[in-house]
Write a protein that binds this ligand. Structure first.
Ligand SMILES: C[N+](C)(C)CCCC[C@H](N)C(=O)O
Length: 230
């Protein structure tokens, strides 16, 4: 539990830090001036994609360890072996390093980059679009608007991210017991061949249901901290 919490803190600070600074570089307006001079959606999209790209690289090893630990269900079913393969996040990281090398920690990172880059552009465009729609010109959005816009931004982002999320997780699990897939494209093709188009939408409802409260709270904290520190 402490492991995902620590990784969420790191990854969100990278995402929001890179997003804000890229937007600042593109528009030359500070956050306070942005209500009077709103940035274009193109600039918001580019800044979101840049944040997504960098967060994907920071997230890759943490996400891989999380996926491996969450999928570790065999030992409970095998009465003979009482020890799980990975005893915790540190043991998992060191076993992967030993057994699969440093690149093992980045398995599936291409799919993660493709999952996060465009969809985090969509995330910030949705958030800004909804805030602008429901906020009188020149004013800051209310907390209720921030919560709803943040929640829907999370849903929009997760709906578009789910196909690559499925591939990413399959690639991350590959390597545990030999290699099943030749690469990302092979993983996509063989998943499609065996399970049909529906495979790319697995977990979409659950991802979206989780995304609303998580991202409502994320954007409320972001706006609150920006106003606190200006
Ligand atoms: C790009 N992708 C959809 C994967 C994530 C977008 C939202 C990020 C947020 N930290 C969350 O976990 O919901």
């Amino acid at each position: 539990m402490s492991f995902p919490i620590a990784s969420v803190a790191l990854v969100n600070s990278v995402l929001f830090g890179v997003y804000s600074n890229t937007l600042l570089a593109l528009t030359a307006t500070s956050h306070q001036e942005r209500r009077a001079q709103p940035p274009s959606y193109t600039n918001i999209f580019i800044a979101g994609c840049t944040g997504g790209l960098l967060q994907a690289y920071c997230l890759a090893p943490f996400d891989l360890i999380k996926v491996r630990l969450q999928n570790q269900t065999e030992p409970r079913m095998q009465i003979a072996s009482s020890m799980p393969r990975y005893r915790g996040p540190v043991h998992c990281a060191s076993s992967i390093l030993r057994e699969e090398g440093p690149q093992g920690l980045f398995r599936g990172s291409w799919a993660l980059v493709l999952r996060d880059t465009p969809t985090l552009g969509i995330y910030f465009v949705t958030y800004e679009g909804l805030c602008r729609q429901y906020t009188p010109e020149g004013q800051n959005p209310s907390s209720a608007t921030v919560l709803v816009a943040g929640g829907f931004a999370g849903i929009a982002s997760w709906i578009t991210a789910t196909p690559f999320d499925v591939i990413k997780s399959r690639m991350q699990m590959d390597g545990l017991k030999g290699r099943k897939y030749g690469g990302m494209l092979d993983c996509m093709a063989s998943s499609f061949r065996q399970e049909g188009i529906g495979v790319f939408f697995k977990g979409m409802t659950l991802n979206s249901a989780r995304a609303f409260p998580v991202n409502a709270a994320t954007f409320l904290s972001y706006e609150y901290l920006l106003r606190l520190w200006r």
